[in-house]
Ligand binder design. Structure first.
Ligand SMILES: [Zn+2]
Length: 175
């Protein structure tokens, strides 16, 4: 989001030089720069020991495709605690581990998605009211349910990281 008016006082912003960033919208009244804004979210691929992935359908996003758990980081939270909280809220699961899986900018919604892979023992999914359907899907079938791969879609790159993780685990256990 590019600011034209000050979100605090409503004054029209002017461009002011801000070091290496060049001209940045500036409020003379509040003496404050307003750098372009975006939301910061987490997205978590949740998998169990049988290499099944928790796939969720939320009708407000799509009635066809499934996604992972995701949510906005709230002021005062860090990304890891948001990820643990969202998985608990949406699926009723306490994760055993949480690994960082890259960051992805989703231009359509101006969201920076912070990706994670969360592992847990297989257990029943207890859905929040925000989720219309969720199920454990074997990893080799999961890709066909995801939103199609496109720039900014974090699901596929995180999925490829997960595949790399389970291949490495299999290789390590053979050594
Ligand atoms: Zn202002």
């Amino acid at each position: 989001m590019h600011y034209k008016y000050c979100p605090t006082c409503g004054s029209k912003l002017t461009l002011k030089e801000a070091g290496d960033d060049g001209g940045v919208p500036y409020c003379e009244h509040c003496a404050k720069y307003w750098f372009d804004g975006f939301s910061t979210c987490v997205i978590i691929l949740v998998a169990n020991e049988l290499q099944e992935i928790a796939m969720l359908r939320q009708n407000y996003l799509s009635t066809q495709y499934y996604s992972y758990v995701s949510g906005f980081i709230q002021p005062g939270e860090n990304a890891e605690s948001t990820a643990m909280r969202e998985v608990k809220e949406e699926l009723g699961i306490d994760l055993d581990s949480l690994d960082f899986a890259g960051t992805y900018y989703f231009p359509k919604r101006d969201q920076l998605m912070i990706g994670f892979i969360g592992l847990c023992k297989k257990q029943p999914l207890r859905l929040s009211s925000e989720v219309n359907n969720a199920k454990w899907i074997p990893a080799n079938e999961a890709e066909s349910l995801m939103f199609p791969d496109s720039p900014g879609n974090a699901m596929h790159p995180i999925f490829r990281k997960y595949l790399g993780m389970i291949i490495k685990k299999t290789t390590d256990s053979r050594m």
